[in-house]
Design a binder for this molecule. Structure first.
Ligand code: PHE
Length: 340
């Protein structure tokens, strides 16, 4: 009986060396230790062994069972280890190899300049306000001193919805909304997209961008307006820029101005961009009309203010020397990729 047990162990040991898959190992385990396995049948026959040997044989059989189990565990670990090593060998990657370049997204040049200008104004103590694209007639016109049949409405060709709502034609619509929320003195800007019925060409788009500014306080005057504008332009263009004011008409400012800057392309000498005049029209502005302040619930005896509307698209075009406004909405990656 002892010999038989030794044979079983030897047999197992001979067979286990050549095994290289988990499945075959499982089969071998069943063959030796399973219910009908070689070792099990020996144990079952233990009752036929002479009683004085039974203890020894039983003990030996158990030892063999333990060693077979141990060898199976070791073999399993070996096979699993080999599998991992094979995978590492066949699937390794050289992470230092050049990969094909994927396109990176970027910030649109208009947003980029908008964020930059917001930062400049915030450093001057301004807050940034927002307003809806879809506006009421009241905020876009009425509250800005442009009553229903005022001819100034024709200056801004408006997109109307069936229910009388409109797409805002200028960021000035943010002015009265702002005054309803904040009490003077205050300094605010309101950047955003505006819409007008336009035949598009190199310098006109139906959707474009403005940045409204408004300062209200005691004793605010035209000198404050000019110095704020000069500071802004110096920050944007990184140098002192000469400015001039011409009279300009907007119902919501009195007096109203057109602020021109000396042409940065030709340094004021005259070129095709400034139509040989040496000046480029950049920013309408003026002292806020008392009627507008009143709509905002502000005491016009005590407070005055100035406002301006910066045309962002033109500014970005000047800054990057972009010759056609339609590039902005073209979705052409060759265009937008230059600003990443
Ligand atoms: N809202 C005016 C426009 O779009 C610009 C403007 C703003 C003029 C503020 C004066 C003061 O044309």
């Amino acid at each position: 009986m002892k010999d038989k047990l030794d044979d079983i162990l030897k047999d197992f040991q001979n067979r286990v060396v050549s095994i290289s898959s988990i499945q075959k190992l499982e089969d071998l385990k069943v063959e030796f230790l399973g219910k009908k396995g070689a070792l099990t049948s020996v144990l079952k026959n233990l009752k036929n062994v002479a009683p004085e040997e039974r203890g020894i044989v039983g003990k030996l059989a158990n030892q063999i069972k333990v060693s077979i189990n141990g060898e199976i565990v070791a073999k399993r670990a070996e096979i699993e280890n080999n599998l991992v090593n094979e995978k590492i060998a066949s699937e390794w990657l050289d992470v230092t190899l050049n990969s094909s370049k994927s396109q990176l997204g970027g910030i649109h040049p208009i947003s980029k300049i908008q964020y930059e200008i917001e930062d400049i104004f915030m450093s001057l103590g301004f807050s940034v306000l927002d307003g809806p694209h879809i506006e009421t007639d009241y905020y876009n016109f009425e509250a800005l001193n442009i009553p229903a049949d005022h001819p100034a409405r024709d200056m801004q060709d408006t997109f109307y919805f069936d229910n009388g709502a409109i797409l805002r034609t200028h960021t000035s619509a943010i002015q009265v909304r702002g005054m309803e929320k904040i009490k003077p003195p205050f300094k605010v800007i309101g950047p955003g997209r505006v819409f007008r019925v336009e035949r598009t060409d190199a310098s006109h788009e139906a959707a474009f961008h403005q940045l409204e500014g408004m300062v209200v306080g005691e004793g605010i005057n035209v000198a404050n307006l000019i110095s704020t504008m000069k500071t802004l332009l110096r920050e944007i263009f990184k140098k002192d820029v000469e400015v001039r004011l011409r009279p300009g008409f907007f119902p919501f400012v009195e007096p109203g101005f057109e602020l021109d800057i000396s042409c940065l392309i030709c340094n004021g000498k005259g070129c095709s961009v400034c139509k040989q005049s040496g000046w480029v029209e950049l920013m309408p502005c003026g002292m806020v009309h008392p009627n507008v302040l009143k709509h905002g619930g502000i005491d016009t005896e005590k407070y005055s203010g100035f406002a301006f509307g910066l045309g962002m698209d033109r500014l970005v075009m000047m800054r990057y020397k972009i010759e056609d406004i339609r590039h902005f909405h073209s979705g052409d990656l060759r265009f937008s990729g230059q600003f990443v």
